[in-house]
Write a protein that binds this ligand. Structure first.
Ligand SMILES: *Cc1c(COP(=O)(O)O)cnc(C)c1O
Length: 317
């Protein structure tokens, strides 16, 4: 897999129209799920930047963490195997189950270390120092590809959206997407600040509640802005919506399944119950609740295609 310097050749990802027309809005979707490495998605987009950094520092090991259903851990395992780096995934034992992502982590020969959720931090520190003592040069990547490099990936995406608008003569009044660790949202918000735009960027939380969720996005935004010498912002500019998390991470309902089935049937685009399907459903609820009409709306498909297959049996409602 060649990607050290030429990953920019893989972008932009396509933007296409959707058949959805709720409240006479025009819906578009940016297909980050088609980002052409390891089933795509925002984790692949972020991971290329982390690997570029890791390789420039001559890393021979990558260490990261996430659950057995983590898209991030699958992508990191895949890229590590492609580049001949060893990979360790620290994973909470409470959330251990066999998924297409966990199968792929094993296929790519990642070493999986299970521990209690409360022990994740200690386990990472222990493993990092153990590897250093053995003479390796390990590179740590935060869960979900969180951090300034991950944020940068979505500043790049914001720039792609701007270019699309310029070329097609369209303006997106709203950008919606699934928000987890908040890095994707932070990158998009930073992009809009850098360009001086004031459109709405709405992260539909898939797990976290406010004020915590919003604060993490805000601190990621300000950490990135600081790194490029731009003034910090306050939290009024962060729209992190926690109305649709249900009972938390990986929780979904029948309406989400129906939404997924409808988008797949009408537009041929797969979504999953944890992230994109939940966020697309949440977006529609938000549009109804706030009576948004006649706008151009862009939904960012953040990937997670293996998760679609984990739950395909549930779609037979
Ligand atoms: C991780 C993930 C998200 C959330 O992205 P964050 O940058 O962590 O907010 C959204 N969608 C999919 C498919 C993901 O895997």
């Amino acid at each position: 897999m060649q990607f050290e310097n030429d990953y920019k050749e893989y972008i932009p990802t396509p933007i296409q129209r959707l058949s959805e027309n709720l409240n006479e809005n025009d819906f578009y979707i940016k297909r980050e799920d088609l980002f052409p490495i390891s089933f795509g998605g925002n984790k692949a987009r972020k991971a290329l930047i982390f690997f570029e950094d890791a390789l420039s520092k001559n890393a021979d090991y990558v260490v990261t963490y996430g659950s057995s259903s983590s898209n991030h851990c699958r992508v990191i395992s895949n890229l590590a195997a492609a580049k001949g780096l060893r990979c360790v995934v620290i994973s909470p034992i409470e959330k251990n189950k066999t998924t297409y992502n966990s199968l792929m982590m094993k296929l790519f020969n990642s070493e999986i270390i299970y521990c209690q959720i409360s022990e994740v931090k200690n386990t990472i520190e222990k493993k990092m120092s153990e590897l250093k003592n053995l003479g390796y040069n390990p590179y740590f990547i935060q869960g979900g590809g969180h951090g300034n490099l991950g944020t940068k990936a979505y500043v790049d995406v914001y720039n792609e959206i701007k270019n699309y608008e310029k070329n097609k003569g369209v303006y997106f009044d709203y950008i919606f997407h699934a928000s987890g660790t908040g890095t994707t949202q932070a990158g998009l918000v930073c992009g809009s600040i850098i360009h001086g735009d004031n459109r709405k960027i709405i992260g539909i939380s898939i797990a976290r509640r406010n004020p915590y969720g919003e604060q993490i996005v805000l601190s990621s935004v300000n950490e990135y802005l600081k790194s490029i010498g731009v003034n910090c912002i306050t939290n009024e500019s962060i729209e992190f919506i926690d109305d649709y998390v249900l009972d938390g991470y990986e929780m979904y309902n029948k309406n989400i399944l129906m939404t997924i089935k409808e988008v797949l049937t009408k537009d041929g685009i797969p979504m999953d119950t944890t992230y994109t399907g939940k966020a697309f459903w949440g977006m529609k609820e938000y549009i109804k609740k706030n009576n948004i009409r006649g706008k151009n709306i862009l939904f960012i498909h953040t990937g997670g295609t293996p998760l679609f297959f984990d739950k395909i049996g549930e779609l037979f409602l």
